[in-house]
Design a protein around this ligand. Structure first.
Ligand code: GRF
Length: 215
């Protein structure tokens, strides 16, 4: 499976995907790392790993449609099968998303459908919820929407700041994103309407409480 990873800055999830794809027998190959931001730090990492990098700067386009058309042309030229959004901070047009339906996935740092959008960690802490996490999902035209492939649950601790929480969640992101990619590349993920199911998935049997209910 030929994969393009889209980033806008740091690219730590992209790095996790690259490292996974470098392991022997991994069923996907990252053909290109694309950024809308020429300064994205993650581009250097990709170059060092001999992966093609491409900058398509959204500022060079007046209309969103033209930017997305440039993305589409480039992806076709590379015969890309799947797009992994990894901290890509541009909203794609519904036309683009529909054309690539079921072939774009994203990682979001909350347990969707809770806390869509930005500033998720601040909002999660302020809400008082005891757990948050991260989600890998197929992309639909609406932001942070689409069939869920994988989630990890992360506790919110009493002294958490947005930064400490983000770091704890990021560790899980780096596990579930490569795993979700592997499942898709192995054709184990099936989409039924708004739901995705995983063939042969091992599921956890333990439940958690926070605080721990240790009566
Ligand atoms: C991650 O938290 C991801 O869930 C969100 O944006 C952040 C990107 O971080 N979509 P990185 O660029 O992958 O380090």
């Amino acid at each position: 499976m030929k994969v393009a990873v889209f980033i806008s800055s740091r690219g730590s999830n992209m790095q996790a995907l690259v490292k996974a794809c470098e392991t022997e027998g991994f069923p996907a190959e990252i053909v290109t790392v694309l950024s809308n931001n020429p300064e994205a730090a993650g581009l250097d990492f990709a170059k060092k790993h001999n992966i093609e990098t491409k900058v398509i700067n959204h500022r060079d386009f007046e209309e969103r449609e033209d930017f997305d058309a440039a993305l589409g042309d480039y992806l076709s030229s590379k015969k890309i099968d799947l797009i992994c959004l990894a901290g890509f901070m541009r909203l794609l047009t519904p036309d683009f998303v529909n054309r690539w339906r079921d072939r774009i996935i994203n990682i979001h740092p909350s347990l969707l459908p809770a806390f869509k959008g930005l500033h998720v960690h601040e909002r999660a802490i302020e809400s008082g919820t005891r757990f948050t996490g991260c989600t890998v999902h197929f992309v639909r035209p609406e932001m942070d929407d689409g069939p869920i492939i994988s989630q990890a649950v992360v506790p919110i601790l009493g002294d958490d700041t947005a930064d400490s929480l983000a770091a704890r969640i990021l560790e899980q992101e780096h596990k579930i994103y490569p795993h979700a990619l592997k499942l898709i590349a192995e054709r184990k993920v099936k989409i039924h309407g708004s739901l995705a199911t995983i063939e042969g998935a091992s599921q956890p049997e333990t439940s958690l409480s926070n605080p721990i209910a240790d009566l």
